[in-house]
Design a protein around this ligand. Structure first.
Ligand code: HSE
Length: 311
């Protein structure tokens, strides 16, 4: 038996929901923006090989690769003595703010769970994904693994029975994402944030996030955009992302509705409901934000399917 799994890129935070909101991404031109993991049988041991555009940035010792560690965990947990052959196709840059580590972890654990006849149900598998991703990013937060696994826009609940749930989305929004080409560590970008916030900031954060969720249910895009504000992370991270602040202003002049940092950056996202405006924004970003040959940009919709088998 052999199978292949695709796990889409994702935006953590989505500006307004630090650690609590995340969206999965699907480029409208159908191009691939997510990692793939293939699994097949081996007599014994774990054999991992790497493929894909961004594979050379990964540790060369397979044992240091999180996909290898996911397989080790599964074989140990299920007391298996046979082995597996894995191929990780690394299609997302590490440290990009596009949920690159989440994509590898989710694809690997989903593939292993399918291969071994689903020993984990959905929520238990999701918790496992959060734990493994936390090993790489330095802390457990589900805002990348949840949308990557389940698709759409996911709100973290962290309730005993449910890690997260999908909220309604604005189907005519285009999400322009641009990755400039540098790598930023999530752990370091988290260290830039203050340990404590003022009461007024806490109230603004609660108001903006609850108003955004409310607007999503009401399908009121104007309200949603007006409250899509990041008071927890952007004020402390923006200056650590070269060109972000200038891009934000330029995108607003082009007519984009709002712009924010995807995850911990350096990828930015910018929203519009007009395809021509999205194309103008993309052209500007390619010219001014993206380093040729190193970065990229895409016009996306939300990926509603999440992780899936491709075989
Ligand atoms: N919520 C996380 C952060 C996402 O902003 O640190 C990291 O991709």
């Amino acid at each position: 038996m052999s199978l292949t799994v695709y796990a889409p890129a994702s935006m953590g935070n989505v500006g307004v929901g630090f650690d609590l909101l995340g969206g999965a991404l699907a480029p409208i031109d159908g191009s691939l923006l997510g990692d793939r993991v293939s699994i097949s049988s081996a007599e014994t041991g774990i054999h991992l090989s790497l493929a894909g555009h961004w594979a050379d940035k990964l540790p060369q010792d397979p044992k240091e690769n999180i996909v290898f560690q996911c397989a080790e965990f599964f074989l140990d947990k299920l007391n298996r003595t046979d082995g597996v052959k894995l191929v990780l196709e690394k299609n997302l840059p590490v440290g990009s703010g596009l949920g690159s580590s989440a994509s590898s972890v989710v694809a690997a654990l989903y593939a292993l769970n399918e291969y071994f006849d689903r020993p984990y149900e959905e929520q238990a598998l999701l918790r496992l994904m959060g734990d493994f991703e936390g090993k790489i990013s330095g802390s457990v937060h589900y805002d990348n693994v949840a949308p990557c696994y389940l698709g759409g826009m996911q709100l973290m609940l962290d309730a005993p029975e449910k890690v997260c749930d999908a909220i309604p989305t604005f189907d005519d929004w285009y999400w322009v994402v641009a990755y400039p080409g540098i790598s930023l560590s999530t752990a370091k970008m988290r260290d830039l944030l203050p340990a404590q916030y003022d009461k007024s900031v806490a109230i603004d954060f609660g108001r903006y996030l609850s108003a955004f969720v409310h607007a999503s249910y009401r399908q009121d895009p104007k309200l949603a955009i007006s409250v899509l504000k990041d008071v927890l992370a952007e004020p402390y991270r923006a200056s650590a992302i070269p060109g972000y602040e200038e891009s934000r202003s330029a995108l607003s002049e082009i007519g984009m509705l709002t712009t924010g940092i995807s995850g911990s950056g350096p990828t930015l996202f910018s929203i519009t409901d007009n395809l021509q405006t999205a194309q103008k924004a993309q052209a500007w970003l390619d010219q001014n934000y993206v380093e040729t040959g190193k970065g990229f940009s895409h016009i996306c919709k939300l990926d509603t399917q999440g992780t899936r088998r491709e075989d």
